[in-house]
Design a protein around this ligand. Structure first.
Ligand code: S3P
Length: 428
């Protein structure tokens, strides 16, 4: 599918973005580990979360999908069954790594794999702690790449010093710890998103957080719950970026999750001069939520690096587009993790912005954008990466001429109907 974006004169209106991807995965997984019924509202029916549902069903758990809702009915963590076939996580790193944690604690054999992109992404980072806990895992390329063959069983609780600030690694170990007697602890080099911790507590598990140290008490009796999932701030960010970069724009984005481990991009954009106001701040199922109001604003370049990186890692492609439309230089550093996402997002950002006429250069751990040049619409690659495709669309709104995005169907991974939602705010 090819999508063409034309320059926007005006953006106006109210937007609702789909449910949070990270929280949607965790709701289905914890629903499967809890006894009874878990009702999930505003679930994200994107490709990645559908992969998680497929795998949970293959483990013998009933998952019923309705229009905007999912119901999980499970006999609990000891009721999961050995899958009869290979488990396909599609494009989803979160599904693979979190499920590797769960499957390690289950007394049966399973094989996890995914698409071409997923099979190039580093899995040694979860295999290492899970084998230390006692799981037997073998994988391609010296136990580093999927497919992963997992013989799970009784594990031992460990203290794990993770070399990366990754919520997927932390969550894999915590979920294995949930299935294991004793207290399992993960210590991170910087704080990553904490949706697993919050949702485990919401389901009744004992979790203790002390700075960058998180402990989980194993084998609790989790009971099914009702969960309402907030809109995904990573999806909202494409509309926030559009709203601040199109002069005179006025947008309201409703029901957005503002968990402080996810709001790094809001902090950076405010620093750059963006007019973003949070309204009606509230809490839903242990997660903070707000409505956001954004206006077109003059923006200045900035420095992005250090401990804020995990809080905005998924937003860097669209922040790069904002940087290209801001005055002055923006430097992104300490973000080498970007090379291990759905695409190598450092190379992809440099190729995207360079192709649109921006001044941008690559660094091993980030990139430098010199903003303020008029972007020129051109054919763009999606790199098979949903966030790259949507970042290209935001750039296209401010470029001169038409911007065409090839292979744009990958947008459905996290934001089905993105193009319809965008069309709804473009004033013709
Ligand atoms: C996610 C964690 C992050 C993020 C990804 C979703 C999660 O990945 O980039 O989109 O749901 O736990 P890492 O754990 O690899 O940093």
């Amino acid at each position: 599918m090819e999508v063409t974006i034309l320059p926007a004169k005006e953006l106006r209106g109210q937007v609702r973005v789909p449910g949070d991807k990270s929280i949607s995965h965790r709701a289905v997984i914890l629903g499967a580990l809890a006894c009874g019924e878990t009702e999930i509202d505003n679930f994200l029916f994107g490709g990645d979360c559908l992969s998680t549902i497929g795998i949970i069903r293959a483990l013998g758990v009933q998952v019923v999908t309705e229009e905007n809702r999912v119901v999980v009915r499970s006999a609990g963590m000891d009721g999961l069954l050995e899958p009869e076939n290979i488990l396909d996580a599609g494009n989803s790193g979160t599904t693979t790594r979190l499920m590797a944690g769960v499957l390690s604690g289950c007394p049966f054999f399973s094989v996890l794999t995914g698409d071409n992109s997923l099979r190039q992404r580093p899995m040694g980072r979860v295999i290492k702690p899970l084998t230390t806990m006692g799981a037997r895992i073998t994988a391609r390329k010296g136990n580093s790449l999927a497919p992963l063959a997992i013989q799970g069983g009784k594990l031992r609780a460990i203290d794990y010093y993770s070399p990366v600030a990754s919520a997927q690694v932390k969550s894999a170990v915590m979920l294995a710890g949930l299935l294991t007697a004793g207290v399992t602890t993960v210590i991170e080099p910087a704080r990553s998103r904490d949706h697993t911790e919050r949702m485990l507590e919401y389901f009744g598990a004992r979790v203790e957080v002390d700075g960058q140290r998180v402990s989980i008490w194993g084998r609790p009796n989790l009971i099914g719950k009702s969960i309402s999932i907030p809109g995904d701030i990573s999806s909202a960010m494409f509309f926030i970026a559009a709203g601040i970069t199109v002069p005179g724009a006025e947008l309201e984005i409703l029901n957005v999750g503002i968990n402080p481990t996810r709001t790094g991009a809001l902090e950076i954009l405010k620093d750059m001069g963006a007019d973003i106001v949070l309204q009606n701040v509230r809490e839903v199922n242990g997660e903070p939520v707000a409505d956001l109001k954004v206006h077109g604003s003059p923006l200045n370049g900035t420095d992005i690096g250090g401990e804020i990186i995990p809080k905005l890692i998924d937003e860097l492609p669209v922040l790069a587009v904002v940087a290209a439309l801001a005055n002055g230089e923006t430097v992104v550093r300490d973000a080498a993790e970007l090379r291990h996402k759905e695409s190598d997002r450092i190379t992809a950002v440099v190729r995207l912005l360079g192709g649109l006429g921006a001044q941008v250069s690559e660094r091993p751990d980030g990139f430098v954008v010199r903003g303020g040049r008029q972007l020129i619409g051109a054919p763009c690659d999606s790199f098979g990466d949903h966030r790259m495709a949507m970042a290209a669309a935001v750039a296209g709104l401010s470029a001169r001429g038409a911007t065409t995005i090839k292979d744009a169907e990958c947008i459905d991974i996290s934001f089905p109907y993105f193009i319809n939602t965008l069309n709804g705010i473009i004033v013709k």
